[in-house]
Design a protein around this ligand. Structure first.
Ligand code: XIL
Length: 350
């Protein structure tokens, strides 16, 4: 239908435009939503499995693809726990996001003790070859490296300390991406990191370092497809919406996607009353996702767990008043909270 001047004059055009816009939104696929899940919850909780099947497009084994889970010793691999979640995801036709091929944390003792560059390279390359090959065509995206940027990066110390960094230096990133790309050329390769959201210089520098790493890989013709924003948002801190948008937009200019990989809200310093806290958490989620989408449409919005029943926030960011944390989109009875509504609305944003 063509809109005429007369229609505008009569005010019908705006209704038509709205209807047209609505139709466009309906026709466009929603931004995929996903959640991480850990094996103990997955096994013990049928209601959780139902919710994962019902709500998610993407599933992430929360800990089961980490070295500490996969590598009991230097010689072997134990895929049992990861496979259980991955089989469930496949049966339910979910995409699987892999977390993670390289991290300085959640490592078995034997790996922490590696003490030469040669050994580090051999072990790292064999690990990525084995794991990425086993899941080629199954895991559609990988956090190739996790948290390699220093907590507070400076020009002479941009990388986070880890056994990999101590032995291999900055080329650990090249090596990991190169190996993953060689073994599974069809997977989306993600550089995953945290603290990209706050209006301070440390955060701005972290974003600059992420961009620098992306450009570095691109200069060397090493594939990097996305940057993962962990997005463990601090409920008591202001968001740097402009900084987030500019970062996502710049990545888009470089031809690199973004993915929200571990969204949850750290509510340790937020007001106690549940309704008030949930409302603020919903608003923070809306503001964060809007800032990302303004910069570019993310490949997925993934939360670090689905319900408040189970979250790392309970252990790591305890509240002083002893109240339980409410960091996730569903409450303990699997009822959707304002955070879920915020995510649902963001998925529909044009
Ligand atoms: C956490 C898990 O949620 C916990 O169950 C586990 O004990 C430790 O790791 N950033 C990451 C995730 O990249 O792997 C972490 O997950 C949370 C912070």
């Amino acid at each position: 239908m063509t809109l005429t001047r007369r229609m505008f004059a009569l005010g019908t055009a705006s209704t038509l435009l709205t209807a047209e816009a609505a139709a466009q939104v309906a026709a466009r696929a929603l931004i995929p939503f996903g959640s991480a899940v850990m094996i103990s919850d997955f096994r013990s909780d049928a209601a959780l499995r139902d919710q994962l099947a019902r709500l998610c497009d993407v599933i992430v084994p929360m800990n089961e693809l980490k070295w500490q889970s996969l590598r009991p010793n230097a010689e072997s691999f134990s895929f049992k726990d990861a496979d259980e979640i991955i089989q469930f995801a496949r049966r339910n036709r979910k995409a699987i996001h892999g977390h993670t091929l390289l991290w300085g944390d959640f490592l078995p003792d034997w790996a922490r003790q590696i003490n030469s560059a040669r050994e580090a390279e051999r072990v790292l390359v064999t690990h990525i070859e084995t794991v990425a090959a086993k899941y080629a065509g199954v895991v559609s995206s990988w956090d190739v490296v996790n948290e390699v940027i220093a907590h507070e990066p400076t020009a002479d110390k941009p990388f986070r300390d880890s056994v990999w960094f101590r032995q291999l230096g900055p080329r650990l990133v090249d090596l990991a991406f190169q190996t993953a790309a060689r073994v599974d050329p069809s997977a989306r390769l993600v550089l995953n990191d945290y603290d990209f959201e706050n209006p301070d210089e440390r955060t701005a520098e972290r974003r600059r370092q992420a961009l620098r790493l992306v450009r570095h890989l691109q200069d060397r013709k090493i594939p990097v497809h996305e940057v993962g924003l962990q997005a463990h948002l601090y409920g008591e801190k202001p968001l740097d919406a402009r900084g987030i948008t500019a970062f996502c937009r710049e990545l888009g200019r470089l031809g690199v996607g973004v993915r929200v990989t571990e969204l949850d809200v750290i509510d340790w310093k937020m007001p106690g009353p549940a309704a008030q806290r949930d409302k603020l958490i919903g608003e923070l989620t809306t503001a964060f996702l809007a800032a990302v989408i303004e910069g570019q449409r993310p490949q997925a919005i993934i939360t670090w767990g689905l319900s408040d029943r189970s979250s790392w926030i309970h252990d790591v960011f305890k509240r002083q008043d002893g109240l339980r944390a409410r960091p996730l989109p569903l409450d303990e009875a699997y009822r959707p909270k304002p955070m879920m509504a915020a995510i649902e609305a963001a998925r529909r944003l044009p």
